[in-house]
Design a protein around this ligand. Structure first.
Ligand SMILES: [Fe+2]
Ligand SMILES: [Fe+2]
Length: 681
């Protein structure tokens, strides 16, 4: 705050009778006020001279002093500086002098002109000195208040900047706060970057002018001292330029009026500060243009001067002032805060990007184990993201109460990318198992059936040979017997071939015309009647226990243990994902991923949770995305992709039977979420 109020000097005689003290020529009558209304006179003068400081020598008779004293206690001492001179007989004054607090001098009515003038001059001189001391005190006080305010602004700004994670929003905030504080009309932020060859350059990154809507276009410029921003970026000096059009021609930098001409604007005063990081490296420049601050006022955090719109030449002349010097250091401090915030932001983004790429690379690596599932997790993530965006636009109904922030969507994306991560712990063959028996097991079974075939054949040949040999020795007629044995052999062998074919049929995952259990039991009964041994004489087991277990699978291709192992992937995912030290905003990731196979009717896994309240919205979204992708992906050579219309029917059916969330399924279908996901393959 500056003391720019004018002051006036008045000698006030608070009694008509005192006018006799002054010889008509002895005092400046302009300054002399003679009045009988002692209490109102001072107020009157203060009202008349608004915004003026009154220096007054008040001369008052002793008898009127007490009423004035009461009044003096009520007046505004920031606007009046006075000396009181009491007029009275020496004896009377002496009698009451101990009670007179404000009195500065005493005179008698018979004082000479010269002496009176001397006393008045002396009084004004004392007032002036006192005023100067007060002024100084006030200046220091205001400095202190400003410094305190700067400090609290800096803390506020630091807090605001460190809380912003989005780089664009951060730059916007830096400029907004800088302009608000300095009352600047416009401003720009430049960031130092390196071109591909490693040469440093300045990128014009963000700009805003209060008085004009100017479209923002990023551009890069050489980093040298020829331009104002370049000079600051190279030297690290603060430039406070009162008038850009009057820059010293000998200065290394010059002002480029191109912008002004293009936008009919006048860039006059400028404050350009470097943004230095904690290593004192310059990472950018803040350039503020046209301070509109009212220098007679006390600066405020919400500077109302900022709101002045500069539209005409006269507006620029009237409102634009040089940036106050005190902003040099304040803006340097703010730019320092901004630099740290920008660097933190870059670092956080870099770490986040690195982590995200690492997650994606890991998921790609895991999915590449089985080319048939490649891209599944990425597609599920993309579908979940689209669903979240769609939910954000829902205006009515149950889903309208949910809103996903950018962080929520990122959390969901991570959960989706990692939802099947636990599959890495599971034998890949199980995923590839297309039929009830693994191909090698089927081949072995077929070979054993062939062995059985040959065994039976050999057995009957032996029987035939025996009969023939016995016939030769005893001359018996053997033909009939051999024929019978032969026919029995043919019958048996035919049956083996039939059993082999039945086993091949039984091996198919979708057997509908018969109960695999019963058929298998029949086969086993038949085979067990044949006393088949291997070459060491041990009983030959044609159908192993594992074959039996697999061939009796009622639905699909997996037996109970295999199904359980596959289902365990959600637990493995949960265990793995829980080990990652997620920041608090991503803390739901393990739980979201864990629940992607739960069904609303309680038939899902791992815990068979039932009802919407038991499974998070995110997991319910993921369940739909997972099923959709499993159905539509052409992921197995033996499995064809299901057409969209059929998938829609299946999803609706799943919703009707209370397995999937019906509102989410309808949103998924009506919003055609599946058409919005980018092709990931
Ligand atoms: Fe899964
Ligand atoms: Fe999945």
């Amino acid at each position: 705050m500056r003391w720019e109020k004018k002051h006036i000097q008045k000698t006030i005689l608070l009694d008509e009778s005192l006018s006799q003290l002054f010889h008509p020529d002895c005092s400046d009558s302009e300054k002399l006020i003679i009045t009988d209304n002692s209490e109102k006179t001072i107020d009157y003068i203060l009202n008349e001279y608004d915004e003026v400081i009154l220096f007054a020598v008040i001369i008052i008779p002793l008898e009127k002093y007490q009423s004035l004293e009461r009044h003096l206690n009520l007046i505004d001492y920031s606007r009046i500086f006075y000396q009181l001179v009491i007029v009275g007989d020496e004896d009377d004054i002496g009698a009451v002098s101990e009670r007179l607090y404000h009195i500065n001098d005493y005179i008698t009515k018979d004082i000479s002109d010269r002496k009176l003038n001397f006393i008045i001059k002396k009084s004004f001189s004392i007032i002036e000195k006192y005023f100067q001391t007060e002024q100084k005190k006030s200046w220091y006080y205001n400095k202190l208040v400003d410094a305190q305010r700067d400090q609290s602004d800096l803390i506020d700004i630091g807090r605001a900047l460190s809380g912003e994670k989005d780089m664009d929003k951060l730059l916007r905030l830096i400029l907004y706060l800088s302009k608000k504080i300095t009352g600047a009309d416009g401003g720009s932020i430049y960031l130092v970057e390196e071109d591909p060859s490693g040469k440093r350059r300045l990128r014009f990154k963000y700009s805003h002018t209060f008085s004009q809507e100017i479209p923002l276009e990023e551009f890069v410029m050489d980093m040298n001292t020829k331009s104002i921003s370049g000079y600051v970026a190279v030297t690290g000096e603060v430039l406070n330029i009162p008038d850009a059009y009057k820059i010293d021609p000998l200065a290394p930098y010059s002002f480029n009026p191109y912008f002004d001409r293009q936008h009919n604007y006048i860039s006059r005063s400028m404050l350009v500060v470097p943004m230095k990081n904690h290593l004192d490296e310059i990472i950018g420049v803040i350039q503020l243009i046209n301070s509109k601050e009212d220098h007679t006022g006390v600066r405020k955090y919400e500077n109302e001067a900022y709101e002045i719109k500069l539209e005409s030449q006269s507006d620029f002349d009237k409102y634009v002032v040089p940036f106050d010097d005190r902003y040099n250091s304040l803006m340097e401090a703010i730019a320092g805060q901004a630099a740290i915030a920008i660097e933190n932001n870059r670092l956080i983004n870099q770490i986040q990007k690195q982590f995200e790429e690492f997650v994606k690379a890991s998921v790609t690596a895991i999915e590449s184990r089985d080319p048939a599932t490649s891209g599944h997790s990425f597609r599920v993530a993309a579908i979940c993201k689209e669903m979240a965006n769609a939910i954000n636009n829902v205006q009515s109904g149950y889903l309208s109460s949910f809103k996903f922030t950018d962080t929520d969507i990122k959390e969901l994306e991570f959960a989706a990318l990692l939802h099947d991560f636990g599959k890495v712990y599971i034998d890949l063959n199980i995923f590839k198992k297309a039929k009830k028996l693994y191909p090698k097991d089927l081949e072995n079974l077929k070979l054993r059936m062939d062995y059985l075939y040959r065994y039976i054949e050999l057995l009957y040949y032996s029987k035939e040979m025996e009969v023939i040999r016995e016939g030769i020795n005893y001359n018996k007629a053997v033909d009939n017997i051999v024929t019978l044995i032969h026919e029995e052999k043919i019958e048996k062998l035919k049956r083996i071939i039939e059993i082999k074919e039945t086993i091949i049929k039984l091996n198919e995952p979708t057997v509908t015309e018969f109960e695999p259990d019963e058929v298998l039991r029949g086969i086993l009964n038949e085979i067990e009647t044949i006393e088949c041994t291997d070459i060491s004489g041990r009983r030959f087991e044609v159908i192993t226990d594992l074959d039996k277990k697999n061939l009796s699978i009622k639905r699909g291709s997996l037996n109970e243990e295999e199904r359980q192992e596959i289902e365990s992937h959600v637990i493995e995912t949960y265990k793995f994902v829980s080990k990652i030290p997620w920041p608090p905003e991503y803390k739901k990731i393990p739980e979201i991923a864990l629940r992607h196979h739960e069904k609303l009717d309680g038939t899902g896994y791992p815990d068979g949770l039932a009802g919407r309240e038991s499974v998070s919205l995110q997991s319910r979204m993921m369940a739909i995305a997972d099923i959709f992708d499993a159905l539509t992906a052409q992921d197995r050579p033996y499995k064809r992709a299901v057409p969209i219309e059929r998938v829609v029917d299946i999803l609706r059916e799943e919703a009707r039977s209370n397995k999937l969330d019906p509102d989410l399924v309808e949103l998924f279908i009506t919003e055609k979420i599946y058409e919005k996901i980018p092709s990931l393959n």
